[in-house]
Design a protein around this ligand. Structure first.
Ligand code: ATP
Ligand code: TPS
Ligand code: MG
Length: 329
């Protein structure tokens, strides 16, 4: 931890000690934090592993950015305002230059979303592993949850889907330009924190898409006790993705690729205009919530990302034909 702290202090990035709600930051056995009295605390943890979540030869800055971004995306999923995070780092070796790049990627995103590093842990281990716990707050009962979707609601997503999977494929085909738009979508996802905060209270349910649209829609449907009908032609695809993969693989990437970190939302039709006004052109209606369980309207048999289904560095792009989503034509 001291090394990350040191790296962060040694250049343009400043540590996040004297921040709102931080009674005591790094340096003692625990951080002491003062949550807002009128808010619920939102807490989530996510681990990022080399060659499971990011390629080990990605830049240190991208690895730092991505590890925090996927956690911020879980706060966004709930409509929470980012407040504090702790960082547990396992490194095979200490490399000052790598740590400075990592800290810069991490802190640049932390600054952007006004979230403070308040503690952590650093250990030596065989594989590079980053575990971040984020804390956010949500006023009253305004948190966006997975369980509120009702039959008749519209289903919508922010942004386009599948780009990150296109970037992952491009990376494994040798594309090493981290500014390449698809590779950037994979390595430097932009969590929808502000968008989510602007629509909490207006949607009935929501979550962030990490495992793939169908898998995460399935989570939302299961928790809400509903089904879904999707309009395949309405699923937003970036022309750059279609150009790279072709129309059919681009749609498959959007349905099952994962790593998008966009929001999937359920909303009452009468809220669409207000939500569209808050989110602008990023909102795309892709279907509706049904009372019958299962997902219809889509022929894909993929089931998104599953850690224990032989995926990973070698198996990326492979998809099982087991019907985890219950998707039917
Ligand atoms: N090992 C665990 N112990 C306790 N709860 C867990 C564990 N793993 C997952 N959960 C809980 O199960 C729920 C779903 O977890 P999951 O990891 O699928 O969330 P997610 O947001 O879809 O994934 P991610 O953010 O990792 O992409 C969460 O509420 C999470 O806290
Ligand atoms: C090198 C490499 N190979 C494959 C993938 C794809 N991938 C890994 S985990 C995951 C779901 C979210 O993870 P979690 O549920 O652990 O938060 C996805 C889509 C990747 N990102 N990097
Ligand atoms: Mg999530």
């Amino acid at each position: 931890m001291r090394d990350v702290e040191h790296a962060s202090r040694s250049d343009h990035v400043s540590p996040h000690q004297a921040r709102a709600g931080v009674v005591l930051g790094q340096g003692d056995d625990c951080a002491l934090l003062a949550p807002s009295s009128d808010c619920r605390l939102a807490v989530s943890v996510d681990t990022s592993l080399a060659d499971v979540h990011f390629p080990r030869d990605a830049s240190a800055g991208a690895i730092g950015h991505r590890a925090l971004a996927v956690n911020l995306s879980d706060l966004a999923a709930m409509g929470a305002r980012p407040r504090w995070f702790v960082l547990a780092l396992t490194l095979p070796e200490v490399n000052e230059q790598w740590l400075e790049g990592f800290a810069r990627g991490l802190y640049d995103l932390a600054h952007k979303h006004d979230i403070a590093l308040v503690g952590g842990d650093i250990t030596r281990g065989r594989e590079l592993s980053i575990t971040i716990t984020v804390h956010g707050d949500v006023p009253g009962d305004d948190a966006i949850t997975r369980h509120g979707a009702r039959p008749g609601d519209l289903l919508a997503v922010t942004g386009t889907l599948g780009n990150a999977h296109g970037g992952l494929r491009a990376w494994f085909e040798g594309q090493r330009d981290e500014c390449h738009p698809l590779v950037a979508a994979y390595l430097r996802p932009a969590p929808r924190v502000h968008e989510a905060m602007s629509i909490r209270g207006k949607v009935t349910a929501g979550l962030d898409i990490s495992d793939g649209l169908l898998a995460d829609l399935n989570h939302l449907c299961t928790r809400s006790g509903v089904g879904a009908h999707l309009d395949a032609s309405a699923i937003p695809l970036d022309p750059a993705l279609v150009a790279s993969l072709g129309a059919s693989d681009a749609l498959e990437a959007a349905l099952n690729g994962g790593d998008d970190y966009e929001l999937l939302l359920a909303l009452a039709p009468e809220q669409e205009a207000a939500i569209r006004e808050a989110l602008g052109g990023t909102l795309h209606v892709i279907g509706r919530v049904t009372s019958e369980s299962g997902i219809t309207g889509i022929t894909s048999t993929g089931q998104g990302w599953q850690h224990f289904q032989g995926q990973g560095l070698q198996g990326q792009g492979q998809r099982s034909n087991d019907h985890g989503t219950g998707a039917t034509p």
